[in-house]
Design a protein around this ligand. Structure first.
Ligand code: SD4
Length: 295
């Protein structure tokens, strides 16, 4: 039988995000509202240092946000390199619903957000500013697995009507080059779904996810009949294979979550340490460790 509703999201912060999403889902609400409201909790949380308010800045001290959202009819909306607006996911949803476009970036995204009535806010908290100034002393850019960038939130939900939606939002890689955009706002990279099959979200080193269209292939593996856990594992194996001789490999971490139409789910990482929050009627809201390829 189909298990629904279900919501799954990346990392420990997914617990609080799932709670907000579950309010929508348990009231027979739509998965699109669930995945927006869920990740908004994390965007507003200054303690989460890689999403929204309080996110770590780029190398010049600017907090810039990337986000995308996708619904069961394959409608999509995305923003990238967005400054001074806390809820990038809601701006992405407005792009989807109020414009003929799929993605708006930078100054255009900011101006669109202002037109839509979003508030201009400073997103750099004193804590993130302090860390950035510490980093500036040495200024060497080297992504550290599971430590530096570990809180991007990606979420997938299956609602009472059997419809899947997904969302993904981040401040990206800490101390990134100005203008750098990761996988998180890119449909087919950080997030992909097909309501006939299921969906997938990614977290970790965005460049590696973009190179392999990792969430797209995960969904296609499910289309071929694989269980979400197996599909996520196969997508991670593809990433490892394509990065065998790549300089990113020694520090590479990517985590992928997958959810199918039956409410079955799975998670897999390149390395240990990737976990996710899952909420369903069976066992409630809990944190689970993903499988992994390398120690
Ligand atoms: C990025 N994938 O911008 C994001 C970072 C991330 O947990 O997932 N952090 O590359």
């Amino acid at each position: 039988g189909v298990k629904k509703p279900v919501v799954i999201s990346t990392w420990r912060n997914g617990i609080q995000a799932n709670e907000a999403a579950w309010k929508v889902l348990s009231a027979k609400g739509e998965s699109l509202d669930a995945v927006e409201q869920g990740v908004m909790v994390v965007e507003a949380d200054p303690k989460d240092r890689s999403v929204g308010y309080g996110g770590r800045p780029d190398k010049e001290g600017n907090v810039t946000l990337d986000a995308c959202i996708m619904d069961h009819m394959s409608n999509v909306g995305a923003v990238a390199y967005l400054k001074n607006v806390k809820h990038a996911i809601s701006v992405a949803r407005k792009v989807m619903e109020e414009t003929p476009h799929a993605m708006i970036v930078g100054d255009g995204a900011y101006r669109f957000a202002m037109d839509q009535g979003f508030k201009h806010e400073n997103l750099l908290t004193p804590e993130s500013e302090k860390e950035w100034k510490e980093w500036l002393k040495k200024s060497n850019y080297k992504p550290v697995i599971n430590i530096e960038n570990h809180d991007t939130i990606g979420m997938l939900a299956l609602d009472e009507n059997g419809n899947i939606s997904g969302s993904c939002t981040t401040s990206g890689a800490a101390w990134k080059m100005p203008g750098r955009v990761g996988d998180s706002p890119i449909i087919g990279a950080g997030l992909f779904l097909d309501n006939e099959v299921g969906g997938a979200v990614a977290t970790g080193l965005g460049e590696a996810v973009i190179r392999t269209a990792a969430t797209t292939i995960c969904v296609e593996y499910m289309r071929m009949g694989m269980h979400p856990q197996e599909a996520a594992k196969k997508a991670i194996e593809r990433i490892c294979d394509k990065h065998k001789n790549h300089p990113d490999m020694p520090n590479l971490q990517v985590g992928i979550l997958a959810l199918n139409k039956n409410g079955e789910y799975g998670g897999f990482g390149v390395r240990s340490g990737f976990n996710y929050a899952i909420c369903d009627n069976d066992k409630g809201n809990r944190l689970e460790d993903a499988g992994y390829k390398l120690k």
